[in-house]
Design a protein around this ligand. Structure first.
Ligand code: PEP
Length: 258
């Protein structure tokens, strides 16, 4: 079973639509100059909602191999939900991925495992690939219960799902203490949890699902550590914050195989 590697850039609340234009063109140029093979590594960016139309326009006009998605989505179809964005709106913008359960949304917006699971369900049913984020805080890591904690998050979000549906999602393991801190989990730390996630998927949903589901690492991933992270058996890519805001570093990471 081969899983296509995935480099995903989470721009968070950075860059207006003009800057987004510049960054997408820059990434595309870097990848083109280095003859990037999109079959060797899928490249996806997650701009703020206000930038997505601009990204769509460039990707379509220049027929770029870069894909894009949204950082969040509503569980509602439409109506009186001030500030929310629906799957139908994202569909019209040509998005193919949606992130849910990022630790920043769990922490600052009180998102529960159940809500995160409902968002993943909504996204999958609407034809997007959900990127389901999980990860432990420093206290949990220090207590040594990180594996149990992360598996609990995933099992709560995916309770009742079919094996086929789970095989279609992407899981992103992002230890909170490594996000934006410059402190990367060692590749062994990252592999320990990503391996445990795959083992849990194997127990709960069977071999085919465990072998098909892509698992990303996130947390200060950068051009200097990406090769070692990607050499781990259960790491299929990275969810990248800071290093995805520079065309050169993000493109270099997408070419980890070179
Ligand atoms: C993230 O928040 O998804 C992330 C991994 O950020 P950074 O790469 O900046 O740690």
């Amino acid at each position: 079973m081969t899983r296509t590697p995935l480099m995903a850039g989470n721009w968070k609340m950075n860059l207006d639509h003009l800057e987004a234009n510049h960054l997408v063109q820059g990434i595309a140029m870097e990848l083109k100059d280095h003859h990037h093979d999109y079959d060797r590594c899928e490249v996806v960016v997650f701009p703020p909602f206000t930038d997505i139309r601009t990204v769509q326009t460039i990707v379509d006009a220049d027929e770029l191999g870069i894909k894009y998605g949204a950082q969040d989505v509503s569980i509602h179809d439409n109506g009186a939900y001030t500030g929310e964005i629906s799957t139908a709106m994202l569909d019209k913008l040509g998005c193919s991925y949606v992130i849910m359960g990022h630790s920043e949304r769990r922490e600052y917006h009180g998102e529960s495992d159940e809500l995160v699971g409902a968002k993943a369900r909504k996204a999958l049913d609407a034809g997007f690939t959900p990127v389901l984020c999980c990860g432990e805080a420093l206290e949990v890591r220090k207590a040594g219960t990180h594996v149990e904690f992360v598996l609990g998050q995933i099992r709560a979000a995916l309770a009742g799902w079919s094996a086929e549906d789970v095989a279609a999602i992407v899981v992103a393991y992002e230890p909170i203490w490594a996000i934006g801190t410059g402190e990367t989990a060692t590749s062994q730390d990252a592999q320990e949890v990503c391996g445990a996630i795959r083992q849990a998927l194997r127990e709960d949903f069977g071999d085919a699902t465990a072998d098909a589901t892509r698992i990303l690492y996130g947390g200060s991933a950068n051009p200097g550590n990406i090769k070692e992270l990607m050499a781990q058996a259960d790491i299929d890519g990275a969810l990248i914050g800071g290093a995805s805001l520079k065309a050169e570093s993000f493109a270099e990471m997408a070419r980890f195989y070179a």
